[in-house]
Structures are given as C-alpha cells and as structure tokens.
Design a protein around this ligand. Sequence first.
Ligand code: ATP
Ligand code: MG
Length: 762
Amino acid sequence: MGAQAHPYLNDLNPAQREAVEALDGPVLMLAGAGTGKTKALTTRIAHLLRTGTARPHEILAVTFTNKAAREMKNRVARHLGETVEGMPWLGTFHAICVKLLRRHAELVGLKPNFTILDTDDQIRLLKQLISAANIDEKRWPARQLAGIIDGWKNQARTPDRIPAAEASAFDGKGPALYAAYQERLRTLNAVDFGDLLLHMLVIFQTHEDVLAQYRRWFRFIMVDEYQDTNVAQYLWLRLLASEHRNICCVGDDDQSIYGWRGAEVGNILRFEKDFPGARVIRLEQNYRSTPHILAAASGVIAANQGRLGKTLWTEEQDGEKVRLIGHWDGEEEARWIGEELESMQQGTRGLRPFNLDQCAILVRASHQMRAFEDRFLTIGLPYRVIGGPRFYERLEIRDAMAYFRVAVSPDDDLAFERIVNTPKRGLGEKAIQKMQIAARANGVSLFEGARLVLAAGDLAGRAKGQLTALLDGFGRWHGAVLDQRESHVELAETILEESGYVAHWQNDKTPEAPGRLENLKELVKALENFENLQGFLEHVALIMDNETEEGGPKVSIMTLHGAKGLEFPAVFLPGWEDGLFPSQRAMDEQGLKGLEEERRLAYVGITRAEELCTISFAANRRIYGQWQSALPSRFIDELPEQHVDVLTPPGLYGGGYGAAGMDSSFGSGIEQRAASANVYNSPGWKRLQARGAQRGMAQPQESRNMVIDMTAVSAFTTGDRVFHQKFGYGVVADIEGDKLEVAFDKAGRKKIVAKFVVSADA
Ligand code: ATP
Ligand code: MG
C-alpha cells in the first residue's frame, strides 16, 4: 500500500509515515511540540479506515480536551470525505467513559440515567458528610477532602484499596469518608468526574465478559497527549489493549502539565515495558513555529532536569523574534493587548495583518481572563472564552439546570434541594429537614421524602400549596421527558415558566435581573443543539467550552492548560510574573517538581505560536482584590536574548493614557533602563523594581483609583468634550448616574459608563 493509492501519505515525512503505516502492534511516538504527532495520529485513523483494516466503531481514539477532540474529528472527516460511514469512538476519556458507563451502570449499582455531579455538588455533599461525622469543617475543609478523593481516584484506588500509608489522610478519617461518599453517590444515583473512569475500570477488572466484549470491539486504540494520562487511565488502556496490542500512543514528556492532577510521565517509560517490542518513533522536524519561537521555547525548557531530551529543527525562515513587554499593571496590560489586537488586524509594526481568529491569549490562571473580557467588552473587540464553564457557572443557569436535572431524574437530591425553595415557596430549613428525615427513614429520594411529608399533613398554608404545585409540576415534566411528545426546548421553557422561576427574576428589581433573564433565554437557545434534555445535561457536565457561534472572527482567551495541542499564528502570553507564572504554589514548594511543571507549561505556551509570540508582565497586579507588586517571571530570564525583542512599555512612561497619579519616579526609572534590551534580565533591574514596589507602588495605585472613581461620579457636565477609546471624540449630551450619553463626532449618540471616557478639554 503506497502513497499512490493513498495520497494523504504524501503529506507526511518518513517518520510520520512509519507511524501511520505500522498498523499492527504497539507504537509509541515520542516527539516535541509541533512535530506532527497529532497529524500522524489522525492520518493513522484515516489510513485504518481507508485500507479497510478497521471499521469506524473498531477504533477508539482518546484526547484530552473537548476542543482537541472536536479538532481531531474534523481532521479525520476531512481525510475521509464522504466515503466511510460512521465515526470512530473519538473523545476525551470522560466523554467515552460516560457512554460506556450508561450501558453498564447496573454493574456498579447505578441506574443508566445517573447524574454527573460538578465540583460544587461534590463539595456540598462532602460538607454534609463531614458535619455528619462531627468533624470541624473549618479545620478540615471539604475542598481538601475532595482533593484527596480525586487523587485516590486518579490512582485507581477504590475505598477498599487505600494503602496503609495513606490511611492517615484527613485526620485519619479520609478512607471512611471516601467510602461514605461513594455510598452516598450510589443512593443519589450520581457519579463525580473521577468515577466515570474508575467505575469503568472496576467493571473491566471484575467482569471478564464485558472486558472481552470491548477488547473485541476496540481493535485499534490511539491516545494523544499520552504524557498526561494518570494511573487509572493507564490501567484502563492497558486492560483494553493487552491482548491485541494494537495501541498507538503519542506524547511529549516536555509537555506534561497535569502532574497536579495525578498524571504520570512515567507512563511513557512504562509503555515499553508493558508492550515489549513496541516500535518507538521520534519526530524532530517542527512544522509549526518560526526558528525564533522554537529557540525561545527550547531555551526555557532546557532549564529542566531529567528530560528525555529531544532535538527540534525547522525549515521555516527567521520571522519575528519573541516580543517582550512590561506594563504598570494588569489593566494596562489588557489595554495594550486590546490595542495591539486592533492594530494587528490592519498590520502594525511592519507585521502582516492578522485576523482575530488567528490570535489567542493564553493565561496561567483563569482569573486573569476577567481583565481582558472587561477591556474587550469596553472597546467592542470580539472575543471568545474557551475552556471555562463560565456561562454555566452563573447562578440562574445553575438553578435552571437543577430544574432540568430533577425533571430528568427526580431522585437527583442535590438538584432538588437546590431549587425546592428557589424561588421562595415558604419552605424553610425546617421543612427541608422534615423531607430529609422522611427520605432517610424510608430509604427514598428527597423528592419522595417531600411527597411523604405532604401526605403526612406535616406542612400547612402557603408552604403546603406551593410544594404540592411543585411536585405536581415535576410529575408532569418528568412525564413529558419520558414520553417525548413535546420538544425538549418547549419543555424547558414550560418548566422555567410554570415553576415560577422566570417570574422570580421578572419581579426582581436588582440591576442584574435583566441580564439573568437574557441568560435563561440563551440557555433555552443552547438546548436546540441537542436531541433531548439528558443529552444536554451530559454535555454541560462535560464541556469546558462556552463559545457562542455567532459569525465573525474573534480572539480566543483560554488557559495554558486548555491550549494544549492547539496552534495559533499569533499568541499573547500575559502575566509572566513570579507568583503568577510560575505560580506562588510552585515557588513555595520544596524541590523542583512544581517549578519544572510550570516551566513545561511555559514551553507549551510558547510552542502554540506559529509566527508571533508576545510575552508580557506587569509590575502590579490585583489578585483577589489585593494589589500586589510583582517581579518579572524567572522564565523571562531563561529566554535566550538573541531571540527576544523588548518592546517599549507605554504605560510605564507616565505619558500615554490614563496616567493620572502614575508617573512616579519609579516609572521614569524604568523608562531609562528599558532602553537596553537585556534590562529585564538584569538582577539590578529586578532589585530596582522590588525597591520601587516597596516604596511607591501601592501608593500611586490607590490614588489612581480614586481619580477614576471621582471622574466616574462627578467630573463631567453636559457640554464637556470627551474621548473614548473606541468611539473617538464627542460631547456629553446627558448624564444619568455614572452613565453619560455622548454625541460622538463619528459614531453618533451612545450611552457610555463615565469611567470609560476621559476629558478631552484639558
Ligand atoms: P503538539 O505537541 O503541540 O500537540 P503535534 O506534534 O501534535 O504538536 P501537530 O499539531 O500534529 O503537531 O502539527 C503541527 C503543525 O504542523 C500542524 O499545523 C500540522 O498540520 C503541521 N504538519 C505536521 N506534519 C506535517 C508535515 N509532514 N508536513 C507539513 N506540515 C505538517
Ligand atoms: Mg498534538
């Protein structure tokens, strides 16, 4: 079988081709970023199908993020055109395990319609268990227990398999609470994220017939980002593959960034032991990035010890150096990136034009996103946030989802508890306690418990009437879910209306209420993309993606973790400051493990860029409402100087925009030193910065905020000439609280929050 019959093979280099054509037996592809591992893997899937070696359902391909899975699906589809029916099993471990577990739920004591709990539910449940065990939650917080349990699950440890050495966890009560938690999940007919895989693993380990079925079924197994598999995932894969040994794993030890979640780079090394005779293929040519970008990334990662070690080269031409820029604070950084993105669309600083789809901002911590979102909303720059369930985290969305959950499975106690008195139905804590007691005494769900309380005549007046109405409602809605006569979109609307939830926000006079109603509409709109409510709930439980699909290019904002495997022509890497990146936690840790993982994350970040990589840092940052001064990241010191261009930081010069109270001597000190390209690398600069931080930084910052606040409230009168970042010059026509109506010279009349304009008279 050659390239003639299979033209897609022509797009590969010899090493990739070897990986694609080695269809029989174990293959390990170990190579650096951008060398075409994922490309080889997807081509391999196409090749399996095109050569008739496998039918679609015989292929199991696992990736790490939903976005990567989607991308892979697209690539495979492109390879295949319309010739092959059906698609392989292609998704994240979680997504694949949900599907499998629904088929075999009974084997672990669950019903097929089990609910998937999110972290919030999980914590609430653990809190209950902790307090029931008379443990002081202040000293032993539920979050900590959640972390311990997740850790065990990642290690494939069920409650009966906790090793003696770890029995002392959580004041010695960890194992017992874990067991109680699992028991509770079972009665709730629920699982958490870790369970999805662990339950399937246990089923494979204890039911040979089921395992045998899937071994026959998944004849070809492929794993991308293999360096980030944890023990449970590894064991699961090994069980499935150990008989036919048709497993192909691809990975890069330098990109292992999930150690904190139990991933083990050691799995790469273990592969050759578990699958003796495995073909190991190395790729060295990078097809993604320019030499400067590649050299910068290599320079940073070289500081890590204990690497497997790889050489990377590229045929690409020189291109732009990695750009480095410092800012006064995080807001300034967001403002600069916003402006840069706007001018990049036309081409700026001698660069070619980039459209917004080609640009991404990769942050270390998701709280960094807020500054960009705020800024981009202000200037009207289209963006999408990828990787955070932000939309679905909103209060009204969670409430609405809880209604849907109960309608789908009335025994979802956590969801029922959330909404039984939302909106207020006169059901106080006492009433809910009565329901819980009745439920526990009779071994039934809280929903049934509520029914029992009603039947016993234990409630009176308004509470009685309202609860009766609610239970009747759920009776109807659950019926509608089952008989599927009504579309689930209409049903969702009905539920939100009849339950009084929509009216609750309509009657709410807080400024957020209209937005919340909009969000509920948006939620119902989102349902249209699904076949039924259950499919939707599953999706939300799994997704980390909230992009709305309205047209037009948008810049992507996501975490570095979420960007794994992706690539963009232009990448911004903000927040390179010690304490943020590397994280404080990694810096405080004994030994180098945490720091090395952060460094790998830096390597992942830089290697996402194809043509343009811009790293930035701020001298001040507000973290959880506290101003903190910061030093540039130590990773900046590790960037090889000859591949870096230092850009002029506008905000630090006292001039430019919004400089009130800012041009302290510290600012001009930086100005002088920033002229030299290696200033950011010099320890002297760092010391200076640290001194400046101690001396003046918090001070001017506070006064600056005051200036802004005053502007917002009282600084303008009608007739004032003002300037707005996006709309240009205009005249204040009307003032209403902190909002101005401005007649802009070019953009016409608009309502603007006062703090977003500056006076143009002065
Ligand atoms: P990462 O480690 O970041 O996941 P990767 O090794 O999976 O990277 P890919 O995403 O598969 O790399 O490929 C990187 C880029 O190089 C893609 O744009 C891909 O299309 C391109 N590419 C891969 N192989 C070749 C090739 N043989 N010829 C031309 N372009 C290629
Ligand atoms: Mg990849």
